[in-house]
Design a protein. Structure first.
Length: 319
């Protein structure tokens, strides 16, 4: 029996500390696996330094709200690894300005793809709808007990190295209707529920999309269909929805969704000559929302009669 769990809310501080220690330990395994000389606890201070063109001890302290001894210890550790250089302040000679050294910058480039995978996996791990912090911690710990955190990140990093040119995008063929349906149903059941409108569109893609001038695309990896997305006409005034994007569970994290999204946007703009696209999503899907914004989508007011019950955000991309 887990005694800390038995303490309920009274043990939340100890639970968070234990969880933090586990995540830091597992993250260290990831750094070691990829032969990067870095300590997870140095991340906040190293990250602050890397985003500034020179920063002082005091500025770091104000940014992170750490104690001065903790900051000094981390800076000394980073310096001992050769990741920092120091310059005297031009006006106040008592101050030292901290910069990344060339070695520090080179290490940063090696860390960035690891951090992207860490960010992705942690968002997936911590996505949970609950009004209770203790329930969220319970869920996270349950997930960590089922799947090794470091192994998940390492696999995600490896999958993310799949070359873009190995992913092929094909247009809809009638014989591929099953993949359009199955991939989306799998995705919906993973995150939400299958609504009546979903079932209608997915089971009748010709009626709702193809016959109206819309397009459905499939992503193929090694001749296997692993993802799909659609451009669906909404009415007679030329408005199209980017919708029904799904990637198979075992192939998520290979940037297949981003490849589909880019292809879809380029096709809408260059082949169909559309002036804009809209989409509906849910804020719970933080990675997806981040990618939509990355590609230029901006938030619009969500109408009261949105076609999807799960939607709490509407976005638009104007070409």
């Amino acid at each position: 029996m887990d005694a800390l769990r038995g303490f309920g809310e009274l043990g939340i501080g100890s639970r968070l500390k234990r969880l933090s220690e586990l995540l830091l330990k597992e993250t260290q395994i990831v750094y070691d696996y990829f032969n990067i000389d870095f300590d997870p606890y140095l991340f906040p201070i190293y990250k602050i330094i890397s985003t500034k063109n020179g920063v002082t001890n005091s500025e770091i302290q104000n940014s992170l709200k750490y104690t001065q001894p903790a900051i000094t210890q981390a800076i000394n550790k980073l310096d001992s690894k050769g990741y920092l250089i120091f310059k005297t302040h031009e006006i106040d000679k008592r101050k030292k300005i901290i910069f990344l050294s060339e070695k520090g910058k080179k290490t940063l480039e090696g860390l960035k793809p690891l951090w992207e995978s860490l960010d992705y996996v942690i968002k997936d791990l911590t996505t949970e709808n609950s009004s209770s912090l203790i329930d969220i911690v319970n869920t996270i710990e349950n997930k960590l007990s089922q799947k090794c955190f470091s192994e998940t990140i390492i696999n995600h990093i490896k999958m993310n190295t799949v070359e873009t040119n190995s992913i092929k995008i094909d247009l809809f063929k009638k014989e591929n209707s099953k993949y359009f349906y199955d991939l989306n149903i799998e995705w919906l059941k993973t995150f939400f529920v299958v609504e009546h409108y979903d079932e209608e569109v997915l089971s009748k893609p010709n009626k709702y999309i193809i016959d109206k001038g819309g397009k459905i695309f499939f992503a193929k990896l090694n001749d296997e269909i692993v993802g799909t997305v659609a451009l669906m006409p909404l009415n007679n005034d030329g408005l199209f929805e980017l919708t029904k994007m799904a990637v198979s569970i075992e192939h998520r994290g290979k940037k297949i969704g981003q490849n589909l999204l880019k292809y879809c946007i380029d096709y809408a703009k260059n082949e169909l000559g559309l002036p804009k696209l809209i989409l509906y999503s849910n804020r719970m899907l933080e990675n997806a929302i981040y990618i939509y914004r990355k590609f230029g989508f901006v938030e619009l007011p969500l109408e009261s009669d949105s076609p999807y019950n799960r939607s709490d955000i509407k976005m638009e991309l104007v070409f």
